[in-house]
Design a protein around this ligand. Structure first.
Ligand code: ADP
Length: 265
């Protein structure tokens, strides 16, 4: 089984003021996934980020921050708006996958996962297994969920990856984003950033910059933290650049692709 994450940075525009899908990247990636399955059948779970759809409402309503009882009705509407925005993104993504004859089934985190202080602590994955057994491709995404401490919170696609991998023990965890992998500092800002083929500790970073995007869930550092946790459990993952044509196809086919392997070894 392969868990494939496609970053919000790849599938949506980066301008926080409007929620727009990146049609070109989306249709290319859908086609790469289809070609890889035509090559060889395999079980795939797809996770995608919330990108410019989910982050603006989550930020506006400060979802995940503590609040007073009187503010609850407002927060709840913020939850609804965020859930609907990421659902809309998911529908556009699934539309494109279905065009490629990929048998996707959306399983939103908000419908079955529960967090405690922003960490997923409940989420029965039986339906994932059942759908996989029947040849479906489950699709899950960064979403809002109920939180036992904070009432409601946002969970990132990266945290979902971690939860799924920990519980389903996949053969491969691949994360497609808009840079080649992990550098010692943000390569979008620093020309002299040094690339890591392999990454095993946060101490290897010079600066802890989140991301270039409007990301309420942690950006690259948040991503690496989730993946280091997996590495502690002996599960390796690889971050690759999904903006480069055929990278997703190659990674799914075990072909050599530039990227950063996150492992403790
Ligand atoms: P995605 O939406 O694809 O999951 P994010 O936008 O959250 O990805 O994170 C990727 C971004 O993180 C990159 O575009 C890059 O600008 C930024 N970034 C910050 N620090 C680093 C770093 N040390 N190495 C690589 N990218 C970094």
């Amino acid at each position: 089984m392969i868990i494939l994450k496609i970053g919000g940075s790849i599938l949506t525009n980066k301008d926080a003021t409007k929620s727009e899908i990146d049609e070109k990247n989306l249709s290319r990636i859908a086609n790469e996934i289809k070609s890889s399955l035509d090559n060889e059948s395999k079980e795939i779970i797809i996770v995608h980020g919330a990108g410019s759809f989910g982050h603006p409402p989550a930020k506006e309503y400060k979802i995940g921050e503590p609040f007073n009882k009187e503010e609850y009705p407002q927060k709840r509407i913020g939850f609804s708006k965020t859930q609907n925005a990421v659902k809309r993104l998911n529908m556009l993504i699934c539309d494109e996958f279905i065009k490629e004859d990929l048998p996707v089934v959306a399983i939103p985190a908000s419908s079955f996962m529960v967090a405690t202080n922003k960490r997923i602590t409940e989420g029965n994955l039986d339906s994932f297994k059942r759908y996989l057994n029947k040849g479906f491709i489950p699709v899950i995404y960064g979403d809002v969920v109920l939180d036992k401490d904070l009432e409601i919170c946002v969970i990132s696609g990266d945290q979902i990856i971690q939860y799924l991998a920990k519980n389903l023990n996949p053969d491969k965890v691949i994360l497609g984003t808009d840079v080649d992998g992990v550098y010692n500092k943000n390569p979008k800002i620093h020309d002299d950033a040094v690339f890591f083929d392999k990454f095993s500790s946060l101490e290897d970073l010079d600066t802890l910059e989140g991301t270039t995007n409007v990301d309420v869930t942690g950006g690259m550092v948040g991503k690496i933290k989730e993946l280091l946790y997996l590495a502690d459990l002996g599960i390796e993952s690889k971050i690759i650049n999904a903006e480069i044509e055929n990278n997703i196809f190659k990674a799914l086919n075990n072909d050599q692709v530039k990227g950063t392997v996150i492992s403790r070894g």
